[in-house]
Ligand binder design. Sequence first.
Ligand code: UDP
Length: 241
Amino acid sequence: MSNKEKFYEGKAKILYATENPEVLLTYYKDEATAFNAQKRGSIAGKGEINCKISSYLFNLLEKKGIPTHFIDCPSAKEMRVKKVKILPLEVVVRNIAAGSLCKQTGLAEGTVLKKPLVEFYYKNDELGDPLLTSDRILIMELATPEQIEQLRTLALRINDILSEFFLNCGITLVDFKLEFGIDSAGNLLLADEISPDTCRLWDNSEKDPNRRVMDKDRFRRDLGNVEEAYRRVLERVSFNL
Ligand code: UDP
């Protein structure tokens, strides 16, 4: 990796420039962070597992008509992606109450929401990624009214596709975070990754609230067997493609 020009390094991935100015190479790291990087660690095999799961899910979404930045995977931990300007928004979709929704509303974990909830958070570590409203997004000029509607529509469509797919894998898609970017032609593309780092995934064959967790909550909450859980997600995803 050392001779490549580093374009950006995030908590879970490194982006490298390529000979093509329209294409970046994403390297998926084993490092894991949580709680705005206050908790740090490493999950053996995570880079490879998340790269594979993300590539499978991007492929699935592309087939269903969702435009994504995904191109291909030249190696196990590397993904070639279309270069985009990432919108500074984290788009979260929730089907079941968990995490910050429970903390901020008092809803009990596991409450099934009457309809999927789409939320926008400001991608800003210094401010701790605060929850935004549409009006705040407009005042801050983070997106246009049309883009907000487009993001909401895409997020709900992606939720339909992924929820159905994971259900076939025996997994409940509780919630997940998406990031979007604009390519050089002005198209809005799904970007970043979709993996157990960015989704809450509950094993439908387990009733116990700790045993059912197949995602980064195992790391956040020190539940153990993190790599094993991520591997089980990968196995089920590849089996059901
Ligand atoms: N999420 C993420 N990156 C973030 C914040 C959240 O991938 O910076 C994902 C998280 O894994 C979960 C969903 O978005 O699947 C909703 O997260 P929540 O707002 O509950 O935040 P948490 O309290 O888990 O940080």
